[in-house]
Design a protein around this ligand. Structure first.
Ligand code: AGP
Length: 614
């Protein structure tokens, strides 16, 4: 949610800020802005809408900032106040000498705003951020020291923030601080960067320092000074980032989402490397730091996640309970954190997050860590805040996912759960060896099966055209594919804005069936296995209410042709692995419908890829 960048050095700052913001667009894209030090002035440029609009604004002012080498930038996902130019960052103090960019939410902004207004500050926006600009300016008036002003102001802020601040009195200085929001400093030759995330700086440097909560860093082209909230100087802990410069290229695909869907066979191969060598060999999961003895006697697991990751967690529950017989609770992080949750040091808590920085999941994980639970994190970002809290860390290695709708990271999370569940089953010796070999053989075949789906998408495209005009869509499934129905519906909602709902098929007759008529498409995820016949009956019930029936199936059953108006066929697969095989066509169906409707597939309205506010 919101991306921030700062730069001080010897290069043209505007290019660096704009390029950095482009890499951070996944965090929000409803407005953007920069502030740059031009001779004796801090100049601010902002625009509503996509980053391109800001570029257009800047092209009309080129002469003003050609020599500028210090500045801050922001790309917004609105929380307080509509996405307008006035609410876009950077925000300035009353006299305009101080500019600030912020990611997070200032929870006590109302009290601060009242107090600062009564002291004469002029507010121009509806944002929570603007109070920080005025507050720091007040402190600066007292101290005449920008670092000190930021340090003192931070003590009065409640909530989450990553902040970059600059001031007219300083030629080339940025002061940055954070609490419960990500911020790192990139260290170049005669230059420093501050950014919400690695992609914004990796082109320029792979040396970086992650700021800890409440630390304050002051950057000039030749110096970085780090202090804590008591103004004590700290030694910066510099790391070499394990990142290659990120090539954010669509590789010839029309959208990142389509490219990422097509990367999935390799994503599956990648996560298996080093963990599953051969079907008759044991799974190697050195990432799990619990002793085998503890694993054998584990009596409870909780999995916490949001959105797509929550759906992967639901499949994980099914797998662990099925293979290991350990009870697993799955809960949306946002529900987990505001009630008395029962967890302790005998509970394994698994956090699942593509980004590793989702605020609700992060808070939930912190809470359970405080209660002594072992924390296992499954994430695509081993450098994230969540990964840093992990006692055990499974990095799913899906590669950077640009499209806001998660696809390949979901498949990678599923794979992590297959590996974990089978690994635990091996440790507990609770699944027959022959069965384990069969399952591992199937797991190794998954990339080829996904490739077969991707090689022929004609039926999916036909289906997309046929149903694109619908206003509502129902997905039904049972058992291990109930989460597939939820995830398929979420994908469609996110990028096409069609009202899609996933139901456990058995629930249809307990209410939702009332909605069925000849206008309603019902997509049945009909995979061979223990619930096949039951789901078939549920599909018959829907058909009897004249619903437009679609099957996603690996069955060769001829009678499906009578029951369903459209059929999407997928390769045969053992039922336990069918969530992988069934999900890929549903991602494609959502993609083709959204594309057909001309929607902004990679950056759907109102969404952001990293949800860093609760
Ligand atoms: C997925 O398509 C969504 N964009 C969203 O539901 C996402 O999965 C959710 O916000 C959780 O994010 P995380 O995996 O980074 O924690």
């Amino acid at each position: 949610m919101c991306g921030i960048i700062g730069y001080t050095g010897n290069k043209s700052v505007v290019d660096i800020l704009i390029d950095g913001l482009r890499q951070l667009e996944y965090r929000g894209y409803d407005s953007s802005g920069i502030a740059v030090k031009c001779d004796n002035d801090v100049k601010v440029y902002k625009a509503e809408g996509k980053l391109e609009n800001l570029c257009n604004v800047l092209s009309n002012h080129k002469g003003e900032f050609e020599t500028a080498t210090c500045g801050i930038g922001h790309i917004r996902w609105a929380t307080h106040g509509a996405p307008t130019v006035l609410n876009a960052h950077p925000h300035t103090c009353t006299c305009g000498h101080l500019a600030i960019v912020h990611n997070g939410i200032i929870e006590n902004y109302k009290e601060l705003r009242e107090k600062l207004s009564s002291e004469g500050c002029t507010f121009r926006s509806q944002t929570d951020t603007e109070v920080v600009a005025h507050l720091v300016a007040r402190k600066y008036a007292q101290t005449k020291n920008l670092t000190e002003a930021v340090r003192m102001a931070a003590k009065e802020l409640e909530g989450a923030y990553a902040l970059c601040v600059m001031h007219n009195d300083y030629k080339n200085t940025i002061v940055a601080t954070k609490r419960n929001a990500p911020l790192l400093v990139g260290i170049g030759e005669g230059e420093f960067f501050a950014a919400s995330d690695v992609p914004a700086i990796i082109k320029h440097t792979n040396r970086a320092m992650y700021l800890n909560d409440n630390e304050i860093v002051t950057l000039t082209p030749d110096k970085m000074t780090l202090i804590n909230s008591d103004a004590m100087e700290l030694a910066p802990k510099i790391e070499v980032l394990p990142w290659e410069p990120v090539a954010l290229s669509k590789m010839g695909y029309k959208h990142f989402m389509l490219k990422e869907i097509h990367e999935q066979p390799d994503v599956i191969r990648n996560i298996l490397v080093g963990k599953l060598h051969a079907p008759d060999e044991e799974i190697v999961l050195n990432e799990v730091k619990l002793t085998k003895e503890t694993l054998r006697h584990l009596h409870r697991i909780q999995i916490i996640a949001c959105g797509t990751s929550l759906h992967a967690a639901m499949v994980g529950k099914y797998l662990i309970e099925n293979f290991c017989g350990i009870p697993v609770d799955v809960e949306a992080s946002s529900e987990y954190i505001y009630r008395r949750t029962v967890t302790d040091k005998h509970t394994l808590v698994i956090g699942v997050s593509q980004s590793g920085e989702t605020a609700d999941t992060l808070t939930a994980i912190k809470q359970s860590k405080e209660k002594g639970s072992h924390i296992l994190i499954i994430t695509n970002r081993p450098d994230s805040a969540m990964a840093r809290l992990a006692d055990s860390l499974i990095s799913v290695n899906a590669g950077i996912e640009v499209s806001v709708a998660a696809t390949k990271s979901y498949i990678a999370q599923l794979m992590a759960f297959y590996l974990l569940a089978l690994y635990m089953a091996e440790v507990k010796e609770c699944v027959d060896l022959g069965m384990l070999t069969t399952l591992k053989t199937e797991m190794m075949l998954l990339p080829q099966k996904v490739e077969r789906i991707l090689a022929n998408t004609d039926d999916i495209q036909k289906c997309a055209r046929r149903y694109a005009a619908t206003k509502d869509f129902i997905y039904i499934a049972r058992g291990i594919n109930y989460p597939t129905a939820l995830e398929g519906a979420l994908k469609l909602k996110e990028i096409s804005y069609i009202n899609a709902t996933g139901y456990p098929a058995g629930e249809l007759k307990h209410g939702p069936i009332a909605m069925l008529d000849e206008t309603m498409p019902v997509l049945s995820i009909l995979m061979n296995g223990c619930v096949y016949e039951k789901l078939l009956s549920n599909s018959e019930e829907a058909k009897a209410r004249n619903a437009r029936m679609i099957a996603l199936t690996n069955s060769k059953d001829e009678k499906l042709n009578d029951l369903f108006d459209s059929i999407i066929r997928v390769p045969d697969v053992i039922e336990l692995f069918s969530p992988v095989i069934a999900m890929v066509p549903l991602q494609l169906l959502a993609y083709y419908i959204a594309e057909f409707l001309g929607k902004d597939v990679d950056q759907p309205r109102n969404l952001a890829k990293s949800v860093t506010v609760e």
